[in-house]
Design a protein around this ligand. Structure first.
Ligand SMILES: [Fe+2]
Ligand SMILES: [Fe+2]
Length: 164
């Protein structure tokens, strides 16, 4: 038996994974014309998120925003949490083009995160405002202007979601 912190971390990771999976199940149920089942998946996904959040808070890893931005910047700048570079090579070696494309686009998006955090850290000091635009296809985040096409996956502007 490991430490309580190990158990909290396991609970946090497990609940976070379950919540994401259930949200996709909810989308699938909605597409199949099953709104009540979709609702059930959504409410349980939210419930799992609450469990995950409680575990993460108990780990005392949510600090001041200044510290959270610095920590997020550092972890993005050092290594991406997911080793997309290795995954791309693996998918290419196995001839899995769809996976290779997903991994390489995700890697490209990850590389922009550190820059965004840096800007956010500056904005926080300057009290400047910006609108972010999220590509719903690949996750690319544009800062301040809606691109004519996603620079990572080529998606059109109507696939972007504004965060203003
Ligand atoms: Fe990232
Ligand atoms: Fe994209």
């Amino acid at each position: 038996m490991g430490s309580v912190n190990d158990a909290l971390r396991e609970a946090y990771v497990g609940e976070a994974k379950a919540a994401l999976r259930l949200k996709l199940y909810a989308e699938q149920a909605a597409e199949e014309g099953l709104p009540q089942i979709a609702k059930l998946f959504r409410v349980i996904a939210r419930s799992e998120e609450i469990h995950g959040a409680r575990a993460l808070k108990a780990l005392r890893e949510v600090k001041s925003t200044e510290e959270n931005l610095a920590e997020s910047f550092e972890s993005e700048a050092q290594v991406a949490e997911v080793a997309y570079g290795d995954f791309v090579r693996l998918a290419e070696a196995e001839g899995n083009r769809a996976a290779a494309l997903h991994f390489s686009q995700s890697r490209d998006v990850e590389e922009t995160h550190a820059k965004l955090y840096k800007e956010a850290m500056n904005h926080l000091l300057e009290e400047r405002e910006t609108t972010y635009y999220l590509c719903r296809v690949c996750g690319y985040v544009a800062d301040g202007a809606l691109p004519e096409a996603c620079p990572v996956c080529g998606a059109k502007p109507d696939r972007f979601e504004p965060f203003s």
